[in-house]
Design a protein around this ligand. Structure first.
Ligand SMILES: Nc1nc2c(c(=O)[nH]1)N=C([C@H](O)[C@H](O)COP(=O)(O)OP(=O)(O)OP(=O)(O)O)CN2
Ligand SMILES: [Zn+2]
Length: 123
């Protein structure tokens, strides 16, 4: 069993509706993201999934968030753009793009700062 991950980041603005404090006001973060995929077997190159492929897939999803006001995106109209919901957005987006031959999406980590964040494992 192999857990293969890539790390990336994006910048964005958001505000948290109904939040009882400063986070209700517009502000920004440089979110850090880790995406981990599990592979049971390796291909003939000795890879669970090529980092290059995983990075391309994750970039396609992250590009939808990078340098955006997250509150303006359709996905975040019903759901507040908390780090938890951002992780859900990334998880769903990567799941849709991941080739389903040899590996499955295991978890997405989203960090607002180096000292706070979360792991999301899917529904
Ligand atoms: N579980 C979560 N908690 C919070 C989230 C979140 O996405 N998930 N988000 C926020 C806000 O985005 C806020 O910007 C961050 O809050 P906070 O850590 O309080 O920011 P401060 O810079 O004010 O931190 P201090 O250490 O208090 O200075 C809030 N919570
Ligand atoms: Zn915030």
């Amino acid at each position: 069993m192999y857990d293969i991950f890539i790390k990336t980041h994006f910048a964005g603005a958001h505000h948290l509706r109904d939040y009882p404090g400063d986070c209700e006001k517009p502000h920004g973060h440089n979110w850090k993201v880790e995406v981990m995929v599990r592979a049971a077997e390796l291909d003939n190159c000795g890879m669970g999934i090529d980092f290059k492929i995983l990075k391309r897939i994750v970039k396609e999803v992250i590009d939808k968030l990078d340098h955006h006001d997250l509150n303006t995106l359709p996905w975040f109209q019903e759901k507040n753009p908390s780090s938890e919901h951002i992780a859900e957005f990334i998880f769903e987006g990567v799941s849709d793009l991941l080739p389903d031959d040899n590996c499955s999406l295991q978890r997405v980590m989203v960090m607002e700062t180096d000292s706070q964040g979360l792991y999301y494992y899917g529904k």
